[in-house]
Design a protein around this ligand. Structure first.
Ligand code: NIG
Ligand code: FE
Length: 410
């Protein structure tokens, strides 16, 4: 079946020749075409161009006068499989406790792990599917989802099987990341080595055996996993073909970026604290730096120095970090706004970071991230807007009128 979208005011992020990501000054160029058509067939984009050359026929014609079309957002970092919520910790923080103090009292990730361990597979699946549907309605058309709230063999597998079922039941591309090393569970409080052994000797082989993960992640941070722990886990994961995407430099720069890069990490995520040396390491790599501004917003911690990253001629991607503790929101539109407002990224840079560069950060550059022939027909049509700048400018507003995933209207 063919669908023809006509009179598109501006078709955004049109990439004639495929690129995997863009860096530095090139990030401020956002290729667009004005007054165009877009033709899709079944689940794929097959053509686009000036209205002067609009095809004569199609099975369905959708008039887009006054509206723009963008490729759907790619959310390359989420934890949407979780149980319950942490609203009490939110109130505790308002009353003066820090994220670190809450975690030290047994709250934080361990609080979510306890809840998840006591939640059935079916309930966990239902809650996660609901969140997935909600973020798709906000324009997300490809997503990465992490484990890491299980922290036992059984519960980490439960989380990854929930992600597997989401992959089976939804058409949006989903990537699964094993984050067993998210926190040291209380049973291993005085025996972190024992927990790392469990990750390496029990979790990883089972996960690989059932093909439950695409990537591996470690929370490399003071009080969580050291650089040496990270190195050990990434080494073990490599034997199962799992490429790293790691949580690093959120609160402290402890040298994790160097190790991530040495392990050919696909991305390094958070980077709220970033040294000159860290930047030098990323420069020598193919690793994508990922900023998570809605986490900084919610926790009141520093924002990732995006300008410093782009000015070093590096690429950058944006993601939500949707999770119950540090970012209870999966709204990529808000992330793009925050990137402009707080990270001082230009709208062109922010849109590039949330589409093409984000696709690279989940190894989906060949499928999503731009309007290109042969890519999936995953895009959204805006409400009538004056320019694409209006999207990040109107923060908190939903300017998406309709969404197509694999060519089907959501
Ligand atoms: O990316 N920093 C580590 N992990 C999550 C938050 C986890 C939590 O608080 O539940 C993050 O911010
Ligand atoms: Fe995270």
């Amino acid at each position: 079946m063919t669908q023809l979208f006509t009179n598109i005011k501006e078709l955004i992020q049109v990439r004639e020749t495929p690129i995997s990501f863009i860096s530095g000054t090139a990030m401020s160029e956002l290729p667009t075409l004005k007054n165009t058509f877009l033709l899709i067939e079944n689940e794929s984009i097959i053509d686009y161009g000036s209205m002067a050359n609009v095809p004569k026929q199609a099975d369905e014609i959708i008039d887009c006068s006054g509206r723009m079309i963008l490729p759907t957002w790619v959310d390359s970092h989420t934890h949407i499989v979780f149980a319950g919520n942490r609203e009490q910790e939110f109130v505790d923080r308002i009353n003066g406790l820090s994220y670190e103090e809450i975690a030290n009292k047994g709250g934080g990730i361990l609080n979510s792990a306890k809840k998840l361990q006591n939640t059935s597979f079916d309930d966990l699946y239902k809650a996660s599917a609901k969140r997935l549907e909600a973020v798709i309605k906000l324009g997300t058309g490809a997503i990465e989802i992490k484990s890491g709230y299980g922290l036992t063999v059984e519960s980490e597998l439960k989380m990854l099987k929930v992600i597997k079922k989401l992959k089976e039941n939804y058409t949006i591309p989903i990537k699964a990341t094993f984050l067993g090393a998210h926190a040291v569970p209380s049973e291993f409080k005085n025996n972190k080595k024992g927990y790392i052994d469990l990750i390496i000797n029990e979790m990883l082989p089972k996960i690989a055996d059932e093909n439950l993960a695409d990537f591996v992640d470690v929370f490399c941070e003071k009080g969580y996993f050291t650089v040496e722990d990270t190195d050990q886990i990434l080494k073990a994961a490599k034997n199962y073909g799992l490429q790293p995407k790691i949580h690093v430099n959120q609160f402290n720069a402890i040298g994790g970026i160097k190790t991530a890069v040495a392990h050919k990490a696909l991305s390094v995520d958070h980077l709220e604290v970033l040294t000159h040396e860290d930047i030098t390491h990323i420069k020598s790599s193919e690793t994508m730096p990922v900023a998570l501004p809605s986490c900084s917003f919610f926790l009141g911690i520093p924002y990732t120095p995006a300008r410093k990253i782009i000015d070093a001629n590096l690429p950058i991607a944006l993601a939500t970090d949707y999770n119950p503790g540090s970012t209870p929101s999966g709204n990529m539109n808000f992330v793009v706004s925050l990137a402009c407002i707080k990270l001082k990224m230009k709208p062109e840079e922010a849109i590039n970071a949330a589409t093409i560069n984000a696709a690279y950060a989940v190894n989906l550059s060949d499928k999503v991230g731009s309007i290109s022939r042969g890519k999936l027909a995953n895009f959204f049509i805006t409400k009538p807007i004056s320019s694409y700048n209006f999207l990040p400018y109107s923060f908190g507003e939903n300017l998406i009128e309709s969404i197509y995933i694999s060519g089907s209207k959501v």
